[in-house]
Design a protein around this ligand. Structure first.
Ligand code: FER
Length: 297
């Protein structure tokens, strides 16, 4: 009898290890290194008319390796932080390299990634006092610019799939707050929402998710991640606690780190592998542990 119990326990443990190994929690060495031998996506700079701001505005558009006008692609809108602009991700996070590498390994769906300027005002550069009230307000104004101006432009210019299940929004810090605010606030437009180290612009959980049942039904994935030493952790944690209480499936992933691109690159690495694929909701809670052993190299 004792033998059977020991054997059963060992089998159970082995099974746990196998399940745990399926979940990759950090990009492997080289995930963000340029690999010349693989196919690369291309990046366009686009200019669109913004009725919201009353100017023309710039954004960058990454097109998957093998991009063809004859196919249709889902779109990820990837937003920057308070000190950045449409180029911040490219300069600090090399998303094109991360995504090319993942694509070469067959780990992500082909997609278009739009890098907008989320400071929707006439002078949208990250100069002077970036914390000035009018500049911070411009990050909220971007909701209208995104929905009314940029998304329609992208969808008439690029071969984009235009239903909510093929549209994702994610971002870092101020862009994380924007993604949660705009994504959860417009479930008719977005089915995939991600906030990395979301900033104080993140609305209160009751405002973001007033109807948990509707959010549960409509969202494909809600991703919340943060460095465990980031002072802004309270904004993601506050939402995570509320979602747990209301039983809304989501990923709440803490990793060792501060408020920096190491954490945000890893956020993109992980989130992008979920996008536009069937989601196993039961697996999501396994990320909600700070499992230092599995993330330290
Ligand atoms: C703040 C602290 C941080 C704030 C914004 C941030 C508007 C944003 C940081 C970032 O985007 O990196 O008090 O207020």
């Amino acid at each position: 009898m004792k033998k059977i119990i020991v054997t059963a326990t060992m089998l159970f443990m082995c099974n746990l290890i196998v399940v745990a190994q399926k979940i990759e929690k950090e990009g492997p060495n080289g995930f963000d290194q340029l690999k010349p031998a693989i196919a690369h996506g291309t990046i366009d700079t686009i200019t669109y008319d913004s009725k919201t701001v009353g100017t023309t505005r710039k954004a960058l558009v990454y097109k998957t390796p093998g991009f063809s006008k004859d196919k249709k692609y889902p779109v990820l809108y990837l937003l920057h932080g308070i000190g950045g602009d449409e180029k911040e991700w490219l300069k600090g996070g090399t998303p094109q390299i991360i995504l090319d590498n993942l694509f070469a390994e067959g780990k992500i769906k082909p997609m278009i990634v739009v890098l907008p300027n989320g400071r929707a005002m006439k002078d949208d550069r990250a100069t002077g006092n970036i914390m000035a009230p009018d500049k911070v307000q411009a990050f909220a104004t971007f909701e209208r610019d995104l929905l009314d101006d940029l998304i329609p432009f992208i969808e008439k210019t690029y071969p984009a799939l235009t239903d909510r299940e093929n549209r994702a929004i994610a971002g870092l810090s101020m862009g994380g707050g924007q993604s949660l605010n705009f994504g959860l606030g417009n479930l008719d437009k977005f089915a995939w929402v991600g906030g990395f180290s979301s900033a104080p612009n993140t609305k209160m959980p009751e405002v973001l998710v007033p109807n948990p049942e509707e959010t549960r039904k409509k969202l494909k994935l809600l991703w919340i991640s943060c460095g465990d030493k980031d002072g802004l952790i309270t904004y993601g944690k506050r939402l995570h606690d509320y979602l747990l209480e209301k039983n809304v499936p989501h990923v709440y992933y803490l990793e060792p780190g501060g408020h920096d691109f190491k954490v945000w690159k890893n956020g993109l690495y992980m989130l992008s592998q979920f996008l536009f694929k069937p989601v196993d909701v039961a697996s999501l809670s396994q990320y909600t542990v700070l499992d230092t052993a599995s993330v330290e190299k």
